[in-house]
Design a protein around this ligand. Structure first.
Ligand code: CMP
Length: 137
């Protein structure tokens, strides 16, 4: 048995706007993963800037902050064996053009930065992002 992991997922404003919350969450559940925490929230620009700080020198940074703060997002903690890798597989490649059909981004996203979902890329990031958006508990 693999180790049970927790990962962080954010359903971005463009997906909330299009009514895709249930569709996206159901894909994680269908895979046998559990949704252990769930919240809907408007992200403050200051929090978005910390969350995406590793991209702050990129030309797309201002557009990314604008996109992620354009409306409410859904925040989730997803749990299960190898949850981090499974969730990354289910959401697909960052660029919707490279995301394979069948993945969330491959099925619903058209162009960057509007790729519908964000998910943690490793155990350390998952811990950090869960703490940032849900607190240490
Ligand atoms: P995400 O997985 O949330 O992590 C960083 C985000 O930056 C990414 O999804 C996209 O929304 C956005 N992004 C990454 N690369 C580009 C790019 N080349 N142009 C515009 N937005 C980008």
């Amino acid at each position: 048995m693999s180790q049970v992991e927790q990962t962080f997922v954010m359903i971005k404003p463009e997906a909330v706007q299009r009514g895709l919350i249930g569709e996206i969450l159901s894909r994680f559940e269908r895979k046998g993963l559990k949704i252990t925490r769930l919240a809907m929230k408007q992200i403050e620009p200051s929090v978005a800037e910390v969350h995406y700080r590793h991209h702050r020198d990129k030309p797309f940074f201002p557009g990314l902050i604008e996109a992620i703060t354009a409306g409410p997002v859904v925040l989730a903690v997803i749990e299960g064996p190898q949850a981090i890798a499974h969730v990354r597989n289910l959401i697909g490649a960052t660029n919707p053009l490279q995301a394979v059909p069948g993945s969330i981004r491959g099925d619903f996203a058209n162009e960057l930065p509007y790729n519908m979902v964000h998910a943690s890329d490793g155990p350390e990031t998952a811990r950090e992002e869960i703490a940032r958006f849900f607190g240490e508990e």
